[in-house]
Ligand binder design. Structure first.
Ligand code: MCN
Length: 766
C-alpha cells in the first residue's frame, strides 16, 4: 500500500527536539573574528565623513572598514535586470548617501562576539541630513525629493499604465464603489535572524555558511556582490530557523562578512540582533491600493479596477516586483467581464521591501475580497451570495485570464460551499442577527475570502524545473540530493516518502541532503510554494528512473530477460515473473557498482491552488477589542502527499495572515525613524491570539505533475488576511462601518465606530 497521502510524522523533529539544530551561528569556525555593523541612524543624509579611529582603540577591535574600503566592489543590483532602474543599486556599505535607518555604513571587527556593539558606538559618522521621503504617495508626487538623482525619479518600475485605463470601464454599472485601502508593511521576523560565517581556504576558495532559501541562488548573489566567479564559492546552508521569503539570495551584509574574511585572512562571522533584524531584513507587503468595483443590483460584478502604489523601500529588491504578481492575480477566482490594473513601485527612505509569504498574491486577494464586500454592502446582499454569483465555474482544462495567468484547474464554488457548510454559516448569521437585535456590546463578525493563487512560477524556457538525485546504497539505505531548500516545510520527510513509495526502502533509511553547492551545484531553492510540485516530482521521477536503470543489471544478475522482471516495492527487489524465488534486491545491485540517477522534472507551468476562508470574530464596540474566535478554511492544493505537513503549513500560514489583519504593522515616523524596531513595539502574533483552526479537506489534482500536487506553503496566509479583516468590518456593518484599514487595532476599530456614528464629525468639532 502506498504511503503517499498518509500522516508520516516529521523525521526532522527528533533532532530539533533533542540535540537541537545547527544554525549558522552554531557552526564551529576556529579563529573566527566577529563582524558588527554600524548602521545609519538617519533615514536620508549625505555622509560627510566616517571616523573609525576611536573605535579602533576599543577593547578587542581588530579592524574597522567603511564604504571607502570597499570601493571597487560591485553593488547589489536591483533584481529583474533591465526592468528596474539600474541606478538604484545599493553599495555594500553606504558611501556618499544613506537612504534608510539601519543601512550598513561601516563595520567593526572584533575578537569576541559582543565587543563590536560597544566599539560601534565610537564610530563617528558625520551626516548632512537630507529631506526624508517616507510615504510612497509622497515619493510618487512630482517635485518630491529624489533618492537617486541619477535616476531622476523615485519610480523604480511601473507595470501597465494607469493613464491607459478605459474611461468607460464602469459604463452601464448600476452600482460602483471605490476605495483606497492600505496593505500595510509587515516584518517577516523569522525566529532565526540573519547570519553569516565565511572562511577562505588555502586553495583560494571561499566557503560561506548562510541561512538561506536556496544555496545556489545565494551563491550567485554573493558572487555578484563580491565580483568573484561562482566556481570559487561554496555556499552551505545550515539549519534555517524560518525565512518566509526574506532569506532568498543574499544581502549586502553577507557579502561584507565574506570580504572581511578575505581582507583579514581569517574566518569571519556575523549574527544580527533582533533589533537589527527588524530594521535591516527586508519587509513585506507595503501596498496602497485603489479598488473600484461595479455591477448590478442582482449581485453580478461586471467591472473591476485595481491601481497599486508599491513602496519598495530605499533600494528596489523583490518588493519592487511584487505588483507584477498582484496584477497577474488581480481578478482572483472571479469571472469579471471587464477588469484592469496598473502599478507603480517607488523608492522611499525606509527598509527595502522583499518577498514575504505569498509575495504579491495576498495583496491581490486582499484587494478583490475587500472590493467584493464593499460591493455586497452597497447592494445590501449577503457577501457569500455575491461571491457565489461571480465565481468562475469549475474547470479542468487550463483557463487563461486577461492578466496573463493560466489557471490549471479549479472548483471555486465547491470550495466556497464546503467552507460555508463547515463554518455553519447560516447559524452564524442567525447568531449575528440576534446580537444585533439585542444591541450587544460584543458583536459577531463573519468574514469571507475566496482566493486563487499561483505556486511554482518560473521564467525558465520550457517551464519551471527542479532536479533530484537518488542513490541506493549496498546496505539498503538511500540518499536523496535535492535542489530545494527546506527551512520548516519538512522536505526530508516527504522526499523520503516519495522515494520510499517507489523503491520500497523505509523512510527512516533515506537521508535527504540539500544546501551545499559543491554537492548540489544546481537548484531553484524553496519559495513560491514550488518545492513539492517540482522538487518532489523530481524525486519521484529519479526513483522511477533508478528502477529502469537497475533493471538490466538485475536481469544480468538473474540471467533473465529484463522484460520478464517485475520490481516489487514491498521487498525492494526485482523478481522473475512467475518465479518469486529468483529475485535480487536494489541493495545487492548497488553492491555491484554505484546505483544512482539524477533527474530533472520540468513542469508545463505554474499551478493555481485555491480555497475559501471563513473567519469569525467578536468585536467589543466599546473598547474596539477584536478576538478571533474561529477560522474555517478550504485550501485546495491538489493531491496532498502528507496531510500532517500540509495542515501544519496551513495552520502557520493562517496565523501569519490573521496577524496582518489585526495586529502587525511596521511603522516609521515622519522622519523615517522606525518605531517598531523591537518585538515589544511590533505586536508579533503568538499562539494566545489565535484559536485552533478548522481545516476542511479538498483535493482537486492538477495534471501539471504526476503527483497531482499544487503548493500549500503560502495559501493560509493568502486566504486568512482578508477573511479576518472582512469579519471585523462585518461585525460593525450594521453600525455603518464600511472599511477599517489593517491592522484593525482597538484604536482603529474604535475610531471607525465613532466616525460611523458621527459621519459629519460634528461631535469632534463641537
Ligand atoms: N505538501 C503536501 N501536499 C501538497 C503540497 C505540499 O504534502 N499538495 C507538503 C510538502 O511536501 C512540504 C510542505 O507541504 O512538506 C510545503 O510544500 P510546498 O507547498 O511545495 O511549499 P515549499 O516547500 O516550497 O515551501 C515554501 C513556502 C513559502 S514560499 C514560504 S514563504 C514559507 C512556507 O513555505 N515559509 C516558511 N512555509 C514555511 N514554513 C516554515 N516553518 N517556515 C517558513 O519560513
Amino acid at each position: 500500500m502506498s504511503i503517499l497521502g498518509t500522516r508520516v510524522i516529521r523525521t526532522e523533529d527528533p533532532r530539533f527536539l533533542t540535540t537541537g539544530g545547527v544554525y549558522t551561528d552554531d557552526v564551529r569556525l576556529p579563529g573566527a573574528c566577529h563582524v558588527h555593523f554600524v548602521r545609519s541612524a538617519v533615514a536620508h543624509a549625505r555622509i560627510r565623513s566616517v571616523d573609525v579611529s576611536a573605535a579602533l582603540q576599543a577593547p578587542g577591535v581588530i579592524a574597522a572598514f567603511t564604504g571607502a574600503d570597499l570601493a571597487g566592489l560591485p553593488e547589489l543590483a536591483p533584481p529583474m535586470a533591465g526592468m528596474i532602474k539600474a541606478q538604484m543599486s545599493q553599495p555594500l556599505l553606504a558611501r556618499d548617501v544613506v537612504r534608510y535607518v539601519g543601512e550598513p555604513v561601516a563595520v567593526v571587527v572584533t575578537e569576541g562576539p559582543y565587543q563590536g556593539e560597544d566599539a560601534a558606538d565610537l564610530v563617528d559618522v558625520d551626516y548632512d541630513v537630507l529631506p526624508a521621503v517616507v510615504e510612497a504617495a509622497e515619493a510618487a508626487r512630482d517635485g518630491s525629493a529624489v533618492l537617486f538623482p541619477a535616476a531622476g525619479t523615485n519610480v523604480a518600475v511601473s507595470f501597465r499604465d494607469a493613464a491607459e485605463f478605459k474611461a468607460d470601464l464602469f459604463d452601464g454599472c448600476e452600482v460602483v464603489v471605490s476605495r483606497t485601502i492600505v496593505n500595510q508593511r509587515v516584518a517577516p521576523a523569522p525566529m532565526e535572524t540573519r547570519a553569516a560565517a565565511a572562511a577562505w581556504g588555502e586553495d583560494g576558495r571561499l566557503t560561506a555558511w548562510i541561512p538561506n532559501q536556496g544555496a545556489q541562488g545565494t551563491r550567485e548573489a554573493l558572487a555578484d556582490m563580491l565580483g568573484i566567479d561562482q566556481a570559487v564559492l561554496r555556499v552551505i546552508t545550515p539549519d534555517v530557523g524560518g525565512a518566509f521569503g526574506a532569506k532568498f539570495g543574499a544581502d549586502p551584509e553577507h557579502a561584507v562578512v565574506c570580504w572581511v574574511a578575505r581582507r583579514l585572512g581569517r574566518p569571519a562571522r556575523w549574527a544580527e540582533t533582533r533589533n537589527e533584524n527588524m530594521v535591516g531584513m527586508t519587509h513585506g507587503r507595503a501596498q496602497r491600493q485603489t479598488v473600484t468595483i461595479g455591477g448590478s443590483r442582482d449581485g453580478t460584478v461586471t467591472a473591476y479596477r485595481l491601481e497599486i502604489l508599491q513602496d519598495s523601500g530605499a533600494y528596489p529588491r523583490f518588493g519592487a516586483f511584487l505588483p507584477f504578481l498582484t496584477i497577474m492575480m488581480a481578478p482572483g477566482p472571479y469571472a469579471i467581464a471587464r477588469a484592469e490594473a496598473a502599478a507603480t513601485s517607488v523608492v522611499t527612505n525606509t527598509t527595502p521591501v522583499g518577498a514575504y509569504r505569498g509575495a504579491g498574491r495576498p495583496e491581490a486577494t486582499a484587494a478583490a475580497e475587500r472590493a467584493m464586500d464593499l460591493f455586497a454592502a452597497e447592494i445590501g446582499m449577503d457577501p457569500a451570495e455575491v461571491r457565489r454569483r461571480n465565481l468562475l465555474p469549475a474547470f479542468t482544462e487550463p483557463h487563461a485570464t486577461a492578466f496573463g495567468a493560466v489557471y490549471d484547474s479549479g472548483d471555486y464554488e465547491a470550495a466556497l460551499e464546503v467552507a460555508l457548510s463547515a463554518a455553519g454559516y447560516a447559524d452564524l448569521r442567525a447568531e449575528q442577527a440576534k446580537r444585533r437585535a439585542n444591541g450587544d456590546v460584543v458583536q459577531l463578525g463573519i468574514g469571507l475570502s475566496c482566493y486563487v493563487e499561483i505556486t511554482g512560477p518560473g521564467a525558465e524556457e520550457g517551464g519551471p524545473s527542479e532536479n533530484a538525485t537518488v542513490e541506493v546504497h549496498p546496505d539498503g539505505s538511500a540518499t536523496i540530493l535535492t535542489g530545494t531548500s527546506p527551512h520548516g516545510q519538512g522536505h526530508a520527510t516527504v522526499w523520503a516518502m516519495l522515494a520510499s513509495d517507489e523503491l520500497g526502502i523505509p523512510v527512516d533509511k533515506i537521508t535527504v541532503k540539500w544546501g551545499d553547492t559543491d554537492l548540489i551545484p544546481e537548484g531553484g531553492g524553496t519559495g513560491g510554494s514550488r518545492s513539492l510540485q517540482q522538487g518532489g516530482a523530481a524525486v519521484q521521477q529519479a526513483s522511477r528512473e533508478l528502477i529502469d536503470m537497475a533493471r538490466p543489471r538485475a536481469a544480468a544478475e538473474l540471467e533473465a530477460n529484463p522484460a520478464d522482471l517485475v520490481f516489487d516495492a514491498g521487498t525492494s527487489a526485482f523478481a522473475v515473473a512467475g518465479d518469486p524465488d529468483a529475485s535480487v534486491s536494489l541493495a545487492k545491485l548497488a553492491g555491484g557498482g554505484r546505483l544512482f540517477v539524477r533527474a530533472v522534472f520540468r513542469a508545463p507551468g505554474a499551478t493555481f491552488p485555491f480555497g475559501t476562508h471563513v473567519a469569525v470574530v467578536d468585536v467589543d464596540t466599546e473598547t474596539g477589542q477584536v478576538v478571533l474566535r474561529r477560522v474555517i478554511t478550504v485550501d485546495d492544493a491538489g493531491t496532498v502527499i502528507n496531510p500532517l505537513l500540509a495542515e501544519g503549513q496551513r495552520h502557520g500560514g493562517i496565523a501569519q495572515g490573521a496577524a496582518q489583519a489585526f495586529l502587525e504593522e511596521v511603522i516609521f515616523d515622519a522622519d523615517g525613524n522606525p518605531l517598531t524596531a523591537t518585538l515589544a513595539d511590533y505586536p508579533f502574533l503568538s499562539a494566545t491570539e489565535v484559536p485552533s483552526f478548522e481545516l476542511a479537506d479538498s483535493q482537486t489534482p492538477t495534471s501539471y505533475n504526476p503527483l497531482g500536487a499544487k503548493g500549500i506553503g503560502e495559501a493560509g496566509t493568502i486566504g486568512s488576511t482578508p477573511a479576518v479583516q472582512n469579519a471585523i468590518i462585518d461585525a460593525l456593518a450594521h453600525l455603518g462601518v464600511r472599511h477599517i484599514d489593517m491592522p484593525a487595532s482597538p484604536q482603529r476599530v474604535w475610531q471607525a465606530l465613532q466616525a460611523a456614528a458621527d459621519p459629519a464629525g460634528e461631535a469632534g468639532s463641537a
